[in-house]
Design a protein around this ligand. Structure first.
Ligand SMILES: NC(=O)c1ccc[n+]([C@@H]2O[C@H](COP(=O)([O-])OP(=O)(O)OC[C@H]3O[C@@H](n4cnc5c(N)ncnc54)[C@H](OP(=O)(O)O)[C@@H]3O)[C@@H](O)[C@H]2O)c1
Length: 237
């Protein structure tokens, strides 16, 4: 049975990814900073039993990552979904830029993805599917920022640059890992009704994740190195 691991599964898109893969009979390793505090994750375990395993993981902590690596030693991970992310709302206008907070944002949204991916690389390499996903954002698109997007969706220096840099890092990674048959894809989930996206967002986590799953099932190596939307369309860099 195939195994997937998702970061930031306590709520939102990460929780829904865990739900939908568990419903499809995957082995799900659902990680969160404090998994015991997520009643939704508790319910998922009750529903699916041992096929859903909860693990503590803070993507900014080397110690936390090492504990997970030791726990999963020798276990194949077919699909790693780097989903955990933060969206700071303060210190994002010129004159009030907050560089400490910016550093924290990069630490989670960029370095966190690379730390976890690097740490679990051998688990992925020994699997059948060998697929790595980064949940990115259209807000990281340079093309979008050149258009009306900054006026429409806000300056968000910290968040935008973290996702632009994430795309660059994952693109490089896709090239570096291609000879090992490992696929690396960046996906924008749409504007989703979660704590981050807000109640006024366009789509539900259910719709977003159903789309993401469909995209991931289309030609594993064909989509490697691409920046795709949950609906399968290409997102401009
Ligand atoms: N919602 C949208 O419209 C939208 C649009 C584009 C992209 N995205 C991206 O989609 C992903 C998921 O977002 P969401 O909407 O589901 O947001 P969310 O509801 O705020 O959930 C974010 C998740 O990330 C976790 N997290 C934050 N920092 C972490 C850390 N250091 N280590 C481990 N987990 C951490 C949170 O865990 P805690 O419970 O521990 O805080 C939570 O589970 C993010 O990468 C986001 O940038 C979302």
């Amino acid at each position: 049975m195939a195994t997937m691991l998702v970061t930031g599964a306590s709520r939102g898109i990460g929780l829904e990814l865990a739900r939908q893969y568990a419903a499809d009979n995957w082995q799900v390793v659902a990680t969160a900073r404090r998994p015991e505090q997520s009643s939704d994750l508790g319910k998922l375990v009750k529903q699916h039993g041992a096929s859903v395993q909860l693990h503590a993981l803070d993507v900014t902590s080397d110690d936390s990552i090492q504990i997970l690596v030791d726990t999963l030693k020798g276990r194949a991970i077919d699909l790693l979904v780097n989903n955990a992310g933060i969206y700071p709302r303060e210190g994002t206008h010129v004159g009030q830029l907050d560089f400490d907070s910016w550093g924290d944002t990069l630490d989670t949204n960029l370095f966190g993805v690379l730390r976890v991916t690097e740490a679990l690389l051998e688990n992925i390499a020994q699997s059948e599917r060998k697929q790595i996903v980064a949940i990115s954002s259209a807000m990281g698109s340079l093309h979008g920022a050149v258009g009306r997007s900054v006026e429409q969706s806000g300056t968000s220096y910290q968040y935008r640059t973290s996702k632009t840099a994430l795309n660059m890092a994952m693109l490089i990674l896709s090239k570096e890992l291609a000879p090992r048959g490992i696929s690396v894809v960046m996906i924008t989930p749409g504007w989703v009704k979660t704590e981050m996206g807000g109640a006024g967002a366009a789509i539900s986590p259910q719709v977003s994740v159903a789309g993401i799953k469909k995209v991931l099932d289309t030609g594993r190596m064909d989509i490697s190195g691409k920046f795709l939307s949950y609906d399968g369309s290409t997102c401009p860099w």
